[in-house]
Design a binder for this molecule. Sequence first.
Ligand code: FAD
Length: 646
Amino acid sequence: SPNVPENNIDVLVIGAGPAGLMAALWFSELGINARVIDKRGSKIFNGQADGIHTRTLEIFDSFGMAKNILSQSSTFVEHCTWVPTEKGGIHRVKTMPAFAADDSRFQPQTIHQGRIESIFLDGIKARSNLKVERGVEPISIELDRGAIEDPDAYPITLTLRHLKRADVTSQVIRSHWKAPKREEQTGVNGHHDGPKINQLHEKFDEHERTEIVRAKYVLGCEGAHSWTRRQLGFQMEGDTTDSIWGVMDVNLITNWPDTRKFSSIQSEHGAMLIVPRENRLNRIYIQLADNETGKSASEKLNLTSADIFSTAQKIMSPYLFDYAYCDWWTVFRVGQRVADRYEQDQRIFLAGDAVHTHTPKAGQGMNVSMQDTFNLCWKIAGVLNSEYSRAILKTYEAERRAVALQLISIDAELTQALEGRPTQDELHQLYRARRQFLSGIVTYEPNILVARSRQSSLGRCPSCGGSSAVVAEPGVAKFITLGARFSSYEVVCQADARLWQTQDWLKSDGRWRVIVFGGDVASTGQLARANKLGMDLVRVLGKFEAHKMKSKFEIFFLHSSKREQVEITDFEGPFFPLDLNFGHDYERVFADTDNASSTSGNSHGFYGVDSTRGALLLTRPDQHVGWMGEYEELRNLERYLEGVFL
Ligand code: FAD
C-alpha cells in the first residue's frame, strides 16, 4: 500500500533479551547500521536468569563493562551439598570451591537478567544512537535467494507491526512483602526497577501501524518461542518431555547457615538449589517432580508462590525457613532441545533460547545466549564492511551449535546424576569434569577461522566444507588451545612498569591481535630474530588492511627476559612504533612481573612457550585463538588471513 513506509537497514535484530542486546552492543561498537525491535513494552525488571559465567565477565570486560556487573552482583565462592540425615533432617556433607582460580581471573556472579539488560542498554547508549524499538513485532518475512551473494542487495523483506498501546504487554511482576516492611529494609532492593512499569504505555500509539523493512541480515533472538524459527521451519530436536521448575527470589529469614553459598540440597521431600544473589536475595530452584505433587503439568504451571515455598520449607526442615520479601517468582516449563539449524543462507540467523533450551540447573541460559551473538556479530559486521569473505558466516552454526549440543548433553548428565541420588564424591567429580565448560570456556573445532593442528589428519574444514583449515603448530605454545579463547595472565609493561592482564590486550573493538612471544630477548640473536619478525609482520598484515584510518590488527610483544635486561628502545618496527603526529607507542612490549606466582612471573611457562624460540599467535576479534606457529611460519598465517579477508 502507498501508505506503508518502507525502509532499508543493514541488520534487523528481533528480540532484545540478552542475545539480542549483545548483538546490539557489537553493532553499536562497530558502527553498523542496525535496528533492534522487541514486541514487549519494556525490558524485564527482575527475575528470570541470574547466573553470570566467568567467561561472560571476560566478554563484558573486553567491552569495558565488567565493572558495571561487579559493582551490583553477588559472588559465591563456595559450593555446599546437603543430604538427608537418618533422623529425617538434612546435614551438610561437603563444601568445595565454586570455581577454579586457574580457569579465569573472574569469579562467577549472580545478578538478575533485568539488571544485565540495563547494563547492556547503558553500554549501547554510550556507543551509538541505537535504541530498542519496543512494541514492535514482525508479521512476515521473505528471503530472495537469488540475491544472497550480492553484497549490495537487501534480500530479506519483512513486514513489521507497531502494536497499539492497548496491545503492548510487559513482564508480569509478581513480588510481595511477607513480613511487615521495616524501615531498614528500604533500599535493599534498590535495583528493582519496578516503578517504571507504570509509565510503560505512555509512549505507544493509540493505533496500530505497519512498516516494510528490507534488510541485509536478520537475527532472530526472540527466545524459546521464536517466531523467526517457526517461519524458517527449523525444528527443535531432543527430549520431548519438559521439566517444570518453581523459582523464587526471596530475602530469607532463616537459621540455616549457608545462604551465602551456592548450595544443592537433597532431602526426602525433594531437591532444591539455593543461590546467593545481589541485594541480600536468594534464588530458590525446585524441580516439581510428578510423584511429589501428584499434579499434571498444567496444574503445576498454576502453582502459586505459597505452594513453591511450602515445598521449600519441607525440604529445609527442621531449619526455620521463611522470607521477608519475594522479589519475583515463577513456575516455568523447559525441555532439553537444540534447533536442527541455526541459519538460512547465511542471511537469517537464530541465537539464544531460540535455538537451545535446557534446565536452569547449571545457570547457563543467559550466558550461552549472549555468547552466541558475541560469536556471530563481529563476523557479520566485517562482511558488511567488505572486509571478510561471506564464507566465515558458516562458522557461526558450526561453532555455536556444537556448544549447544554439548550443553544439552551435560544438562542431561546432571539431571540424571541428581535423580540417581549420586554420592557426593560422584557429584563433585561430575561438576569438576564439566567445570570449564560450565564457566563458558569452550573450544571451536578447525574451520576457516580456526587453523587445524599440524598433528591432526583433517584436511578440510569439516563445518564449512569449502576452504581447508590452514595448518598451525600447537607445539609452540603447549598450554594454549587452538579454537579456545586466549586465557589471561598478569604481565608488566616494559616502558612504564604498569600491571596488565594479557586479556586487556584483547578489547572487543573488531580488531585481530598478533601476539609475539619474544622468549629470552636478552640472549644473543633472539632480539634480532624478533625484530626481523616484526618487519615481516608489518609487510604481511599490511596486505589485509582495508581501512587506513583504523588498523584491523594490533601487535603485542611479550618476552621472558628480566625487564631490566633490555630497554624499550631495543625494540623496533611494530614493537616500538613511532607516529609522527602522536609520538611513540609505549604499550606494545610486555615482560614478566618480578614476583613469581601461579598467576604472574612466568608467562612463557604458563602458556607453554619455549623461551629460546618464542612463538607467534593470532587471536580473532572474539579472543579465540585462530592460528599459532613458529616465527618462520608466517606464510601459514598469511594463508589463514587470505581465507578470511577479502
Ligand atoms: P529472551 O531473554 O527470552 O529474550 C527474547 C526477547 O524477544 C524478549 O525480550 C521478548 O519480548 C522478545 N520477543 C519474543 N518474541 C518476539 C517477537 N515475535 N517479536 C519481537 N520480539 C519478540 N533461566 C535461568 O537460568 N534461570 C531461571 O530461573 C529462568 N527463569 C526463566 C523464566 C521465564 C519466565 C523465562 C521466559 C525464562 C527463564 N529463564 C531462566 C531462561 C533465560 O531467561 C533465558 O535463557 C535467556 O533470557 C535467553 O536469552 P534470549 O535473549 O535468547 O531470550
